[in-house]
Design a protein around this ligand. Structure first.
Ligand SMILES: [Mg+2]
Length: 173
């Protein structure tokens, strides 16, 4: 069973907390209808994520939902990806100590192994998912820095340690 790689956008791929534009990023204005968003994008992320698609099935796990395929992915050279569609905001009400996404992610992934990159994960999410899922990695990313080479290495390392990436790591066998 191929593992999933769940991708949050704001934070991991758009370091919205950065005080200035970090090295490797460019400012993009995204316009749709009467809405404009400003995001910081790093083309290397597209390269790294497309390479990880050898091992993982990539999935958007962002509040941009289908907008991620329409407005963001093409700017990073990503193909159209499956999208987790969240319930309406009003039904996500209630006090929660972890990420509001966690119960819906747990339901969406079922029993598939997965890595989830997001800037809003904490120990409550780790605890909630550890109870239900044996094979996963919650990989927290700093929203002022975005995904770095070290993050991609950690994701690859997880895949390797869990025997998902043997072929990718032994290209000369
Ligand atoms: Mg985020």
């Amino acid at each position: 069973m191929r593992p999933l790689l769940l991708l949050d956008f704001d934070g991991p791929l758009n370091p919205y907390r950065a005080r200035e534009i970090p090295a490797g990023y460019e400012r993009h204005e995204i316009v749709e209808g009467d809405k404009t968003w400003v995001v910081l994008l790093n083309q290397q992320h597209g390269v790294e994520l497309n390479a990880l698609a050898d091992v993982f099935d990539l999935v958007w796990a962002t509040s941009w939902e289908h907008g991620a395929n329409r407005l963001l992915g093409p700017r990073l050279g990503l193909p159209e990806l499956p999208v987790i569609v969240w319930p309406p905001r009003e039904s996500i009400a209630g006090v929660r100590r972890g990420s509001w996404k966690t119960p819906y992610v747990a339901e969406w992934v079922g029993d598939r192994p997965f890595v989830w990159v997001d800037d809003e994960l904490n120990r409550h999410d780790r605890f909630a998912l550890a109870k239900a899922h044996r094979s996963h990695l919650l990989h927290w990313v700093e929203a002022d820095r975005g995904l770095t080479a070290a993050d991609f290495a950690a994701i690859r390392d997880w895949a390797s340690r869990n025997s998902f990436a043997d072929k990718a790591f032994r290209p000369h066998d």
